[in-house]
Unconditional design. Structure first.
Length: 156
């Protein structure tokens, strides 16, 4: 048997396909490296408004109040701050933020289980949440337009 001769064009096609694939793979790697990846943290951008929201509570562990002979008891208090910024990272002034809590009661800027008000020039809205006699985990939710963020406060 004699070996079959191959034409030069048959080898060139294979070599050509390989050299075309290498730049394609490099372009895909560069494109994927440029992606920022999934959103991490407690911010959720709002599709309609383009606003982002972050909420923090300090401290996030409070002692429950004890009822005195005269009436309601207030335990420890936490400062709850909501920070509002747009998709470019710029702080938003004057956005109306609503903060609610499943436990405790707000004492500033108003009383109750929910407060609302405008953000400052620094994009902040601040409220004070005080523990009552009920223990557990308070789920604190801040919202602005249709963006939401939550944090937890443990009351013991």
């Amino acid at each position: 048997m004699m070996p079959t001769r191959t034409r030069a064009g048959e080898r060139t096609a294979m070599r050509s396909a390989l050299w075309r694939a290498i730049p394609l793979v490099l372009v895909l790697i560069l494109a994927l490296a440029g992606c920022s990846g999934p959103t991490r943290g407690d911010t959720q951008p709002s599709a309609a408004s383009g606003l982002n929201l972050m909420v923090v509570a300090s401290p996030n562990v409070l002692r429950a109040g004890t009822t005195a002979a005269g009436g309601s008891a207030t335990g420890g208090c936490a400062i709850v701050q909501a920070n509002v910024f747009n998709t470019n990272g710029q702080l938003v002034t004057g956005a109306t933020v609503t903060i609610t809590s499943t436990l405790g009661q707000f004492s500033s800027p108003s009383t109750g289980s929910a407060v609302n008000g405008p953000t400052t020039a620094q994009g902040l809205f601040t409220a004070v949440l005080c523990a009552q006699t009920i223990t557990g985990t308070a789920i604190v939710t801040a919202s602005v337009e249709n963006a939401f963020a939550t944090t937890n406060i443990t009351i013991f």
